[in-house]
Design a protein around this ligand. Structure first.
Ligand code: SF4
Length: 62
């Protein structure tokens, strides 16, 4: 199965300049190792804070 990087990038809301953009498996693994969530778990405003913590996600969604 080919990587869908270019297709994924079209749906990626991450505003951070990052070489994992569109490589969702690497993106999720990177943030999971830090007990965080990827940008796509957050809305536009939440994502812009670059706070990818689970605590931040819960605060925004409770
Ligand atoms: S969410 Fe994190 S790992 Fe994923 S593209 Fe954005 S900065 Fe990179």
């Amino acid at each position: 199965m080919d990587c869908k990087k270019e297709q994924n990038k079209k749906n990626c809301n991450c505003s951070y300049d990052c070489n994992k953009k569109g490589i969702c498996c690497e993106c999720i693994a990177y943030h999971r190792a830090r007990k965080e969530l990827s940008a796509c778990y957050f809305d536009e405003e939440g994502e812009k804070s670059y706070d990818r913590s689970i605590k931040h996600f819960i605060e925004l969604n409770s």
